[in-house]
Design a protein around this ligand. Structure first.
Ligand code: NAG
Ligand code: NAG
Length: 396
């Protein structure tokens, strides 16, 4: 029957959308080819900023050969890979930096970063020997090559802290780099490298604030961004079919109540994050969030005030309930995009969300069409009560 087909289609869509949000991992650096790429025994897809590290470590004379690849945030920007002798952090890092010099030719320089804030980033010799430095660029990707004498205390442990970064512009004449962006990917580009095994021992770990931001993002994207819209699609299209009654109603209530529960948890994490963020205010994102929470709370309580279906005010209640529902739909999706702009979790996540919401939108458009065909047929055959567009079907 059409209705069971519709339910299956909806559930399938939902499952597909959810599975699309699972991360996919395959190593990219292994397929990168460049001059002398056979010199490097190991390669790593670094966890943030779409960066790659190819390297060889000769333990006999503690010589590390590296090739670091990344795209600067603007074409005239800079890329950097650094060793931090003390901690996996920016302060005290000994950096290799590549950018275009005043004549537009790629150049590689070394920079000493001060250990304490405010950080000074000064072109200088490093705390260890660096030689054979070279930089190049190919289709927007910059590369730094260098050989490094790993200091004895680090060579003894076989691991070292690495930090990497990209920026948007350079004062090439003065050799000054502009400050990088402060997105999560810029703040988490650090970790510990195993020189011999060629793997990342720890990715430095996301700082706890970024972790909580990610949790906030997932909770809200799932509830406001997917479950609420899904529940609206259920309510709007399934009730056209008498055989889906009252199942659609329970499915709708189930979706919206779960979405609300998850959404409230996500909302609370957001309010907490906002109150801790003294320096930066994301007023629009915050205000939309508060509006969403208020409207959804009203929707849930309105359920208890719903007049009986033959009551003369039921029509007004329906108009109100649907109106607020659509406002939540639009604001919810809008705020997921606002959140993605703030969190900058990487293009992949934005694409995944766009695909999920587009699939749901596509299914809704298809169901809209089917609904109209069914309604028009029903009207012309007059075999059943016409669809009145305001939930005239029976329901508990
Ligand atoms: C380290 O040893 C390798 C061979 O094992 C050699 O190719 C390289 O030049 C040496 N580097 C230094 C700095 O001695
Ligand atoms: C790097 O800068 C710090 C001060 O910020 C200084 O103490 C240190 O000696 C410098 N290192 C080198 C190798 O110049």
């Amino acid at each position: 029957m059409a209705s069971s087909f519709q339910i299956s289609a909806l559930l399938l869509t939902f499952c597909v959308s959810i599975s699309l949000t699972l991360p996919v991992r395959s190593q990219t650096c292994a397929s990168q080819t460049f001059t002398n790429n056979n010199l490097y025994t190991h390669c790593l897809d670094l966890p943030t900023l779409t960066s790659y590290l190819h390297f060889t470590y000769d333990a006999a004379n503690s010589t590390l050969s590296v090739a670091f690849f990344a795209s600067p945030s603007k074409s005239d920007g800079w890329i950097s890979w650094a060793i931090n002798p003390k901690v996996a952090a920016m302060g005290g890092a000994q950096a290799l930096v590549a950018f275009k010099d005043t004549t537009g030719v790629m150049t590689a320089k070394t920079y000493n970063i001060s250990t304490s804030m405010p950080y000074s980033v000064v072109q200088s010799k490093l705390a260890f020997d660096v030689w054979d430095t070279r930089a190049e660029e190919e289709s927007g990707v910059m590369r730094i090559f260098a050989k490094i004498k790993v200091p004895p205390e680090l060579a003894a442990t076989g691991t070292l802290h690495q930090v990497w970064q990209v920026g948007s512009s350079v004062d090439a004449a003065k050799g000054e780099l502009t400050i990088h962006e402060m997105g999560a990917s810029n703040l988490n580009s650090k970790g510990t490298l195993d020189l011999n095994g060629g793997k990342i021992v720890s990715s430095g770990g996301l700082d706890s604030r970024t972790k909580r931001k990610n949790i906030h993002g997932v909770l809200n994207a799932v509830s406001w961004g997917l479950l609420f819209p899904f529940g609206i699609v259920v309510a709007r299209y399934l009730r056209t079919f008498p055989s889906a009654d009252p199942a659609w109603f329970y499915l709708h209530v189930f979706c919206q109540v779960s979405a609300y529960a998850i959404g409230v948890a996500g909302w609370a994490t957001g309010i907490k994050l906002g109150s801790e963020s003294k320096g930066i205010q994301y007023s629009l994102h915050r205000n939309i969030g508060i509006a969403l929470f208020s409207l959804a709370t009203v929707q849930i309580f309105a359920l208890f005030l719903r007049p009986k279906k033959d009551h003369k005010y039921r029509l007004y209640w329906n108009i109100y309930h649907h109106g607020v529902g659509y406002v939540i739909l639009i604001l919810g999706i809008l705020n997921v995009f606002k959140g993605l702009d703030i969190l900058q979790p990487g293009d992949k996540w934005r694409t995944i969300y766009i695909i999920a919401i587009a699939v749901l939108g596509g299914v809704a458009a298809l169901l809209e069409l089917i609904t109209w065909i069914v309604v028009l047929r029903r009207k012309s055959s007059k075999s059943t009560k016409p669809y009145d567009g305001y939930g005239g079907q029976s329901r508990p």
